[in-house]
Design a protein around this ligand. Structure first.
Ligand SMILES: CC(C)(COP(=O)(O)OP(=O)(O)OC[C@H]1O[C@@H](n2cnc3c(N)ncnc32)[C@H](O)[C@@H]1OP(=O)(O)O)[C@@H](O)C(=O)NCCC(=O)NCCS
Length: 174
């Protein structure tokens, strides 16, 4: 998948340091650093997890830079978008939308009906992004994120219904 000169593809081992740094600087700031390279390596090797990167080719060089990434874990009927970030200088170019579209199409293909995620209560850009992509707020989870020095932050739990399922017929006699 291509967004202008950005390629969306599965992450490889050499992407681990870039992903870990993006997680630290763009997602986990103020909360410690959980997704260090060892943790990202674990995600890459987890059979129920997909790690995607957005790569931008550098002008006048053969090098490609990781400018965004997404991590989704898949269960039978549900998936969880664990991490999503785009580097500040590459935002508002549709990169996050492309990453999300890739993991959601894969989820649909695998029979997943709902995607869940948590996002900081104060993260207005991300809340706007997810709502623009069809997610709805379902619950405000108090102190979901815990950082150093006893710091904590609330999170909005959101979901995106990919496949509508019929409500069970409660109490219906057959
Ligand atoms: C949230 C984030 C992933 C969005 O990435 P992005 O590549 O800039 O998003 P896109 O360009 O695909 O945006 C798609 C749409 O989402 C909405 N949107 C995205 N960023 C927005 C912002 N800062 N303010 C308002 N709306 C925004 C817009 O509707 C946008 O469409 P438009 O540009 O045509 O108006 C990015 O800001 C980011 O990495 N933030 C830090 C990490 C983070 O918060 N991750 C999510 C929680 S884990």
């Amino acid at each position: 998948m291509t967004v202008r000169s950005v390629e969306i593809e599965l992450a490889r081992s050499q992407d681990i340091p870039s992903i870990a740094l993006l997680a630290r600087d763009e997602i986990e700031h103020g909360l410690g650093w959980r997704y260090r390279p060892e943790a990202v390596r674990g995600l890459l090797h987890d059979p129920d997890t997909v790690v995607l990167v957005a790569r931008r080719s550098e002008p006048e060089s053969a090098a490609c830079k990781v400018v965004g990434f997404a991590v989704m874990t898949y269960d039978a009927l549900e998936a969880h978008l664990k991490l999503l970030a785009v580097s500040p200088e590459h935002r508002r170019q549709g990169i996050a939308r492309s990453l999300l579209s890739w993991v959601e199409k894969t989820a649909l293909f695998a029979g997943v009906q709902r995607v869940y995620l948590e996002v900081r209560q104060e993260n207005a850009p991300a809340l706007t992004f997810y709502e623009s992509a069809g997610f709805e707020r379902i619950e405000l989870v108090q102190n979901y994120y815990r950082g150093p020095g006893g710091r904590s932050e609330n999170a909005w739990r959101m979901h995106h219904v990919l496949v509508e399922t019929e409500a069970p017929n409660q109490g219906l006699q057959t």
